[in-house]
Design a protein around this ligand. Structure first.
Ligand code: ADP
Ligand code: ZN
Length: 522
């Protein structure tokens, strides 16, 4: 603000100086109005404003930057800069293969002299990659905990600065401090914020920060036991220089837990909670397919909170069910203002999903509801029977059919298309793209279509996707026509009770037996 005012004043005075000196040199009518004193004064003020403006432009920014870093450093030089975690591998459930690999690193930190005597090199940089919430931070702090090392934790985005050199300086300070406190573990989360591939046009500040990080990684002496662990969920973005031998050369993938690991994670997070004896952890693990460790710890916590809210002293399976729903589908909307007619459309839509799921007996339908949650007006919770890693074309088509069940039901009953199927259609499209371009499941052939090469093919790809989706939709509509009575039954029950669980649904519908031949038509 101040800068702007000075700038405007400066402009005015420059104009005045020009006018007054013009009249001095060319001696026109203005000459009479400006005395020599006036002219000197105007010129003097202009020069003063100019100098002041230049200083204002530079000094405060540098001052700002230094103050900022000094403050940070002061904070960081205190004990907040590092911690001595008490977490051990026992607190990290599952991830056995990763822990096994890390044992070697731990041994190195604990008995570094032994390795140094042998002339062995330190395993310096470890890169954890994988989706968020899977325990990367937890593992890194467990490495520090197991070795009683100082744990320095930072996030890549903390080093992204507007001022050239500041990010690099922070990196330097971090490593200096870590070396001083050795043995230590440095953890840099979201390394992609500073370690992204460098381009010709890329930002100079980021390059400096990354270069500094590379220098630090290369510059360890063998007698300093500092291990650097970085984490990212976008390994594809990282600059190759970071991944070279001697830098982050040990890559460990940390993915979402499978059913066994989910069970263990749930055990860790319910260890200190009073559970009712009928809480069955293996069942909970099955119900939480696809969730990360962070989701699971969240569920355990939510369940406890719900139990407290209901004034109970132990956590029951019902509390867990509510917690799972909350974590999957978001908050239940209180007093939704939804029109009766719309409610009926939602009921048919959800009943369509549920019925097709039941008919094809894909994933078990755990619950159908038309109580709005988060952004969704209704939802169907599925419970996969097992963790699956390979799916056939037929199974993928069945998934598509379940997703299309909602729209097909609306079309069958009302003869209209509505906006309510947007999310379903997005998921269907994603799956169809994968089937055509990645899994070679269309007439385009068994080719993996590189995204960069598909431009010319986009018309054909669309055609193939449409073919798959149309066929699935046709079949879905036919099923719903055949079982229209059941569709109406489920819808009415939903309108009456708002939610139906697996048992209620089974009671309502009995058993479907679909002939294998009929399914093969897809
Ligand atoms: P990331 O760094 O991969 O994003 P975090 O390590 O921050 O994930 O995990 C978040 C939380 O989730 C942890 O604090 C922990 O409570 C829980 N968690 C995740 N994975 C596990 C696991 N394998 N065992 C126990 N708890 C876990
Ligand atoms: Zn839907």
């Amino acid at each position: 603000m101040k800068k702007r005012i000075i700038f405007v004043l400066l402009c005015i005075f420059i104009t005045l100086t020009v006018i007054s000196s013009y009249s001095l040199w060319y001696g026109d009518s203005l000459n009479n109005r400006f005395s020599v004193g006036d002219r000197l004064l105007v010129a003097g003020i202009t020069v003063f404003l100019f100098i002041y403006y230049i200083k204002l432009d530079k000094k405060p920014q540098y001052a700002h930057a230094t103050i900022n870093t000094e403050k940070k450093e002061k904070e960081q030089n205190g004990n907040e800069f590092f911690t001595k975690p008490k977490i051990t591998f026992e607190d990290v459930a599952g991830l056995e293969e990763v822990k096994e690999e890390l044992v070697e690193v731990i041994d190195f930190i604990k008995k570094s002299e032994k390795y140094i005597k042998m002339g062995a090199k330190i395993p310096k940089g470890i890169l954890f990659h994988g989706p968020p919430g899977t325990g990367k931070t937890l593992l890194a702090s467990a490495v520090a905990g197991e070795t009683k090392s100082a744990f320095f934790s930072a996030s890549g985005s903390e080093f992204v600065e507007k001022y050239v050199g500041v990010g690099a300086k922070r990196i330097r300070t971090l490593f200096e401090k870590a070396k001083k406190e050795a043995p230590s573990v440095i953890f840099i989360d979201e390394i992609d914020a500073i370690g992204a591939k460098r381009h010709i046009d890329s930002n100079n500040e980021k390059d400096q920060t990354l270069n500094q990080l590379l220098v630090e990684l290369d510059g360890f002496n063998t007698d300093q036991t500092v291990v650097v662990i970085a984490a990212t969920n976008r390994m594809d973005l990282l600059d190759e220089a970071l991944l070279r031998p001697g830098r982050f050369d040990r890559h460990m993938y940390i993915g979402n837990p499978n059913v066994k690991a989910r069970e263990e994670i749930l055990r860790v997070h319910t260890k200190n909670k009073p559970l009712s004896p009928d809480v069955d952890i293996p069942t909970l693990a099955k119900k939480t397919h696809g969730m990360s460790g962070a989701h699971l710890s969240n569920i355990a916590n939510e369940a406890a909170i719900i139990a407290v809210r209901q004034d109970e002293t132990i956590i029951t399976p019902d509390h867990f069910d509510q917690a799972i729903e909350r974590v999957i589908a978001g908050l239940q909307v209180k007093n939704p203002t939804i029109l009766q007619r719309e409610k009926e459309i939602v009921a048919y839509h959800e009943a369509g999903h549920a019925l097709i799921g039941k008919i094809l007996s894909t994933d078990m339908v755990q619950k159908v509801s038309i109580i709005p949650r988060g952004q969704a007006l209704g939802y169907v919770l599925h419970m996969p029977q097992d963790d699956r890693y390979i799916l056939t074309k037929q199974e993928l088509c069945q998934k598509i059919m379940v997703m299309l069940g909602g729209r097909a039901a609306e079309e069958l009953i009302y003869g209209h298309l509505s906006t309510g199927a947007k999310d379903d259609l997005k998921k269907v499209t994603d799956l169809a793209v994968q089937m055509v371009c990645e899994y070679g499941m269309s007439d385009l052939g068994f080719m993996f279509q590189e995204p960069s090469l598909t431009r010319g093919l986009s018309h054909q790809i669309n055609k193939e996707m449409n073919k798959i989706i149309d066929e699935c939709y046709e079949l879905t509509l036919n099923y719903l026509k055949t079982y229209q009575k059941d569709l109406v039954k489920v819808t009415n029950a939903l309108l009456e009770k708002e939610t139906l669980n697996a048992d209620e649904l089974a009671e309502l519908l009995g058993d479907f037996k679909i002939e294998e031949d009929e399914l093969k038509a897809v």
